[in-house]
Design a protein. Structure first.
Length: 277
Protein backbone atom coordinates (compact mmCIF):
# COMPACT_ATOMS: atom_id res chain seq x y z
CA UNK A 1 0.00 0.00 0.00
CA UNK A 2 2.76 2.37 0.98
CA UNK A 3 4.53 1.80 -2.31
CA UNK A 4 1.38 2.42 -4.32
CA UNK A 5 1.01 5.76 -2.62
CA UNK A 6 4.60 6.62 -3.44
CA UNK A 7 4.01 5.96 -7.11
CA UNK A 8 0.92 8.16 -7.11
CA UNK A 9 2.81 10.97 -5.44
CA UNK A 10 5.51 10.68 -8.09
CA UNK A 11 2.92 10.99 -10.82
CA UNK A 12 1.59 14.17 -9.31
CA UNK A 13 4.96 15.76 -9.99
CA UNK A 14 4.54 15.14 -13.68
CA UNK A 15 2.11 15.97 -16.39
CA UNK A 16 0.71 13.14 -18.51
CA UNK A 17 0.44 10.76 -15.59
CA UNK A 18 -1.46 8.10 -17.52
CA UNK A 19 1.35 7.81 -20.06
CA UNK A 20 3.76 7.42 -17.19
CA UNK A 21 1.90 4.46 -15.71
CA UNK A 22 3.39 2.03 -18.19
CA UNK A 23 6.87 3.39 -17.63
CA UNK A 24 6.90 3.90 -13.91
CA UNK A 25 6.60 0.37 -12.68
CA UNK A 26 6.69 -0.76 -9.11
CA UNK A 27 9.68 1.31 -8.17
CA UNK A 28 9.22 4.94 -9.12
CA UNK A 29 12.52 6.00 -10.55
CA UNK A 30 11.85 8.75 -13.01
CA UNK A 31 14.51 9.08 -15.64
CA UNK A 32 15.43 12.50 -16.92
CA UNK A 33 14.44 11.44 -20.44
CA UNK A 34 10.94 10.68 -19.23
CA UNK A 35 10.85 13.90 -17.26
CA UNK A 36 11.77 16.12 -20.17
CA UNK A 37 9.44 14.35 -22.62
CA UNK A 38 6.53 14.73 -20.28
CA UNK A 39 7.27 18.35 -19.44
CA UNK A 40 7.10 20.28 -22.71
CA UNK A 41 5.54 23.17 -20.80
CA UNK A 42 8.66 23.71 -18.78
CA UNK A 43 10.94 23.66 -21.81
CA UNK A 44 8.82 26.38 -23.41
CA UNK A 45 9.18 28.41 -20.27
CA UNK A 46 12.94 28.04 -20.35
CA UNK A 47 13.01 29.05 -24.02
CA UNK A 48 11.11 32.24 -23.30
CA UNK A 49 13.12 32.99 -20.22
CA UNK A 50 10.19 32.63 -17.85
CA UNK A 51 10.12 30.29 -14.92
CA UNK A 52 7.31 28.56 -13.12
CA UNK A 53 7.35 29.69 -9.50
CA UNK A 54 7.72 26.75 -7.15
CA UNK A 55 9.06 24.45 -9.84
CA UNK A 56 11.53 22.06 -8.20
CA UNK A 57 14.85 22.69 -9.93
CA UNK A 58 16.09 19.17 -9.15
CA UNK A 59 13.50 17.70 -11.50
CA UNK A 60 15.22 18.70 -14.71
CA UNK A 61 17.86 16.80 -16.66
CA UNK A 62 19.78 15.65 -13.62
CA UNK A 63 19.47 11.89 -14.00
CA UNK A 64 17.23 9.50 -12.14
CA UNK A 65 15.43 10.50 -8.99
CA UNK A 66 14.11 8.25 -6.26
CA UNK A 67 11.70 8.58 -3.36
CA UNK A 68 13.49 8.97 -0.02
CA UNK A 69 11.71 5.84 1.30
CA UNK A 70 13.91 3.68 -0.95
CA UNK A 71 17.12 4.82 0.72
CA UNK A 72 18.44 3.05 3.82
CA UNK A 73 17.34 4.53 7.12
CA UNK A 74 20.25 3.92 9.47
CA UNK A 75 20.65 3.79 13.23
CA UNK A 76 24.02 3.09 14.83
CA UNK A 77 23.71 0.05 17.10
CA UNK A 78 26.84 -1.07 18.95
CA UNK A 79 29.11 0.45 16.30
CA UNK A 80 27.14 -1.17 13.45
CA UNK A 81 25.15 0.87 10.96
CA UNK A 82 21.85 -0.96 11.19
CA UNK A 83 19.13 -0.68 8.55
CA UNK A 84 15.79 0.41 10.01
CA UNK A 85 13.68 -0.18 6.87
CA UNK A 86 14.84 -3.66 5.78
CA UNK A 87 11.62 -4.45 3.86
CA UNK A 88 12.57 -1.81 1.26
CA UNK A 89 12.99 -3.56 -2.10
CA UNK A 90 16.07 -1.43 -2.82
CA UNK A 91 17.69 -2.08 0.57
CA UNK A 92 21.48 -1.71 0.36
CA UNK A 93 23.14 -4.43 2.43
CA UNK A 94 26.94 -4.56 2.35
CA UNK A 95 30.02 -4.37 4.56
CA UNK A 96 28.90 -0.92 5.71
CA UNK A 97 25.17 -1.45 6.31
CA UNK A 98 23.80 -4.40 8.30
CA UNK A 99 20.36 -5.91 8.67
CA UNK A 100 18.87 -6.22 12.16
CA UNK A 101 19.70 -9.57 13.82
CA UNK A 102 16.06 -10.62 14.05
CA UNK A 103 15.07 -9.49 10.54
CA UNK A 104 13.26 -12.11 8.48
CA UNK A 105 10.89 -11.05 5.68
CA UNK A 106 7.31 -12.17 6.37
CA UNK A 107 6.25 -12.60 2.73
CA UNK A 108 8.55 -15.40 1.57
CA UNK A 109 7.43 -18.30 -0.62
CA UNK A 110 9.10 -21.12 -2.52
CA UNK A 111 9.16 -20.18 -6.21
CA UNK A 112 8.12 -22.76 -8.78
CA UNK A 113 11.55 -23.24 -10.38
CA UNK A 114 14.07 -26.10 -10.45
CA UNK A 115 16.46 -26.26 -7.49
CA UNK A 116 19.92 -27.83 -7.41
CA UNK A 117 18.79 -29.88 -4.39
CA UNK A 118 15.64 -31.19 -6.01
CA UNK A 119 12.34 -31.27 -4.13
CA UNK A 120 13.73 -31.03 -0.60
CA UNK A 121 11.94 -28.47 1.56
CA UNK A 122 14.77 -26.22 2.68
CA UNK A 123 14.78 -22.69 4.05
CA UNK A 124 17.18 -21.63 1.31
CA UNK A 125 14.49 -22.25 -1.32
CA UNK A 126 12.55 -19.24 0.00
CA UNK A 127 12.46 -15.78 -1.53
CA UNK A 128 10.04 -12.85 -1.12
CA UNK A 129 6.85 -13.21 -3.10
CA UNK A 130 7.39 -10.40 -5.61
CA UNK A 131 10.90 -11.69 -6.31
CA UNK A 132 9.53 -15.24 -6.56
CA UNK A 133 7.08 -14.27 -9.31
CA UNK A 134 9.88 -12.45 -11.12
CA UNK A 135 12.32 -15.34 -10.90
CA UNK A 136 9.64 -17.75 -12.15
CA UNK A 137 9.20 -15.54 -15.24
CA UNK A 138 12.97 -15.40 -15.73
CA UNK A 139 13.33 -19.19 -15.52
CA UNK A 140 10.40 -19.64 -17.95
CA UNK A 141 12.06 -17.37 -20.48
CA UNK A 142 15.40 -19.11 -20.01
CA UNK A 143 13.76 -22.49 -20.65
CA UNK A 144 12.14 -21.14 -23.79
CA UNK A 145 15.60 -20.22 -25.03
CA UNK A 146 16.98 -23.65 -24.06
CA UNK A 147 18.95 -22.24 -21.14
CA UNK A 148 18.92 -24.76 -18.28
CA UNK A 149 19.52 -23.12 -14.92
CA UNK A 150 19.00 -24.13 -11.29
CA UNK A 151 18.37 -22.11 -8.16
CA UNK A 152 20.89 -22.97 -5.46
CA UNK A 153 20.38 -20.68 -2.49
CA UNK A 154 17.87 -17.97 -1.61
CA UNK A 155 17.00 -16.84 1.91
CA UNK A 156 19.56 -17.31 4.65
CA UNK A 157 18.78 -16.36 8.24
CA UNK A 158 21.11 -14.36 10.48
CA UNK A 159 21.75 -17.49 12.58
CA UNK A 160 22.57 -19.62 9.56
CA UNK A 161 24.98 -16.95 8.27
CA UNK A 162 26.53 -16.86 11.74
CA UNK A 163 27.13 -20.63 11.59
CA UNK A 164 28.64 -20.36 8.09
CA UNK A 165 30.94 -17.56 9.18
CA UNK A 166 32.08 -19.42 12.32
CA UNK A 167 32.79 -22.54 10.30
CA UNK A 168 34.90 -20.52 7.86
CA UNK A 169 36.82 -18.86 10.71
CA UNK A 170 37.67 -22.28 12.14
CA UNK A 171 38.86 -23.38 8.71
CA UNK A 172 40.91 -20.39 7.52
CA UNK A 173 41.06 -17.84 10.35
CA UNK A 174 39.24 -14.55 10.83
CA UNK A 175 41.04 -12.48 8.19
CA UNK A 176 40.47 -14.87 5.30
CA UNK A 177 36.96 -15.70 6.47
CA UNK A 178 35.98 -12.03 6.37
CA UNK A 179 37.01 -11.80 2.73
CA UNK A 180 35.11 -14.88 1.60
CA UNK A 181 31.99 -15.02 3.76
CA UNK A 182 29.69 -12.18 4.75
CA UNK A 183 29.42 -11.36 8.44
CA UNK A 184 26.02 -12.21 9.89
CA UNK A 185 23.67 -9.29 9.16
CA UNK A 186 25.75 -8.28 6.15
CA UNK A 187 24.59 -11.01 3.77
CA UNK A 188 22.15 -10.03 1.06
CA UNK A 189 20.65 -13.49 1.37
CA UNK A 190 18.97 -12.34 4.59
CA UNK A 191 16.89 -9.86 2.56
CA UNK A 192 14.96 -12.67 0.86
CA UNK A 193 15.61 -10.83 -2.42
CA UNK A 194 18.62 -12.83 -3.57
CA UNK A 195 19.13 -16.12 -5.34
CA UNK A 196 22.33 -17.92 -6.26
CA UNK A 197 21.92 -19.61 -9.63
CA UNK A 198 24.00 -22.35 -11.28
CA UNK A 199 24.06 -24.69 -14.24
CA UNK A 200 25.05 -28.28 -14.93
CA UNK A 201 27.86 -27.04 -17.19
CA UNK A 202 29.75 -26.16 -13.99
CA UNK A 203 28.35 -29.12 -12.02
CA UNK A 204 25.90 -26.81 -10.22
CA UNK A 205 28.84 -25.24 -8.38
CA UNK A 206 29.00 -21.55 -7.49
CA UNK A 207 32.20 -20.77 -9.30
CA UNK A 208 33.67 -17.93 -11.31
CA UNK A 209 33.64 -20.14 -14.42
CA UNK A 210 29.85 -19.88 -14.41
CA UNK A 211 30.27 -16.39 -15.86
CA UNK A 212 31.82 -17.90 -19.00
CA UNK A 213 29.07 -20.46 -19.60
CA UNK A 214 26.13 -19.80 -21.93
CA UNK A 215 23.87 -19.93 -18.88
CA UNK A 216 25.91 -17.38 -16.95
CA UNK A 217 26.13 -15.10 -19.97
CA UNK A 218 22.39 -15.38 -20.60
CA UNK A 219 21.65 -14.37 -17.01
CA UNK A 220 24.08 -11.45 -17.07
CA UNK A 221 22.45 -10.15 -20.27
CA UNK A 222 18.79 -10.78 -19.39
CA UNK A 223 18.28 -10.71 -15.61
CA UNK A 224 17.48 -6.98 -15.57
CA UNK A 225 14.42 -7.56 -17.77
CA UNK A 226 12.97 -9.46 -14.84
CA UNK A 227 14.15 -7.07 -12.13
CA UNK A 228 17.39 -8.80 -11.09
CA UNK A 229 20.93 -7.45 -11.05
CA UNK A 230 24.26 -9.23 -11.10
CA UNK A 231 25.17 -7.88 -7.68
CA UNK A 232 28.94 -8.45 -7.63
CA UNK A 233 30.30 -7.84 -11.14
CA UNK A 234 33.86 -8.29 -12.32
CA UNK A 235 35.90 -5.11 -12.11
CA UNK A 236 33.72 -3.58 -9.37
CA UNK A 237 35.29 -5.45 -6.45
CA UNK A 238 36.64 -2.27 -4.85
CA UNK A 239 33.12 -0.80 -4.83
CA UNK A 240 31.10 -3.82 -3.72
CA UNK A 241 33.88 -5.14 -1.45
CA UNK A 242 33.11 -8.60 -2.74
CA UNK A 243 34.81 -10.84 -5.25
CA UNK A 244 33.17 -11.38 -8.65
CA UNK A 245 30.13 -13.64 -8.16
CA UNK A 246 28.50 -14.41 -11.54
CA UNK A 247 25.94 -16.62 -9.76
CA UNK A 248 24.52 -14.12 -7.25
CA UNK A 249 21.39 -12.26 -8.43
CA UNK A 250 19.49 -9.68 -6.44
CA UNK A 251 15.93 -8.50 -7.06
CA UNK A 252 15.42 -4.72 -7.20
CA UNK A 253 12.48 -4.44 -9.64
CA UNK A 254 12.58 -4.02 -13.41
CA UNK A 255 13.08 -0.28 -13.55
CA UNK A 256 15.92 -0.04 -11.06
CA UNK A 257 17.58 -3.14 -12.55
CA UNK A 258 17.35 -1.73 -16.07
CA UNK A 259 18.77 1.62 -14.95
CA UNK A 260 21.72 -0.14 -13.31
CA UNK A 261 22.25 -2.45 -16.28
CA UNK A 262 22.20 0.37 -18.84
CA UNK A 263 24.59 2.52 -16.83
CA UNK A 264 26.83 -0.35 -15.70
CA UNK A 265 26.23 0.62 -12.06
CA UNK A 266 26.40 -1.55 -8.98
CA UNK A 267 23.76 -0.98 -6.32
CA UNK A 268 26.31 1.16 -4.43
CA UNK A 269 26.88 3.34 -7.50
CA UNK A 270 23.15 3.56 -8.16
CA UNK A 271 22.65 5.17 -4.76
CA UNK A 272 25.51 7.57 -5.44
CA UNK A 273 23.85 8.63 -8.70
CA UNK A 274 20.14 8.84 -7.92
CA UNK A 275 18.77 12.00 -6.45
CA UNK A 276 16.71 11.67 -3.29
CA UNK A 277 13.30 13.35 -3.49
ZN1 LIG B 1 24.87 -15.35 -3.06
Amino acid sequence: MKRTLLIISSCILLSGCSEMDALVKKIPILKDKINSESRPQQQDNQATGTKDPGEPASQTNDGPVLEAAYFNEIAVEGGRKEIQNPDNFLVLVNKEFSLPVEYRPDDMVKPDIPFSFGEQDLEKSLIREEAARAIEAMFRQAKEENIEIYAVSGFRSYDRQNDLFDAEVRKVGVDSATQAVALPGQSEHQTGLTMDIAAKSTDLNLTEEFGETIEGKWLAANAHKFGFILRYPKGKESITQYQYEPWHFRYVGVEAATTMYENNWTLEEFFQQVKKI
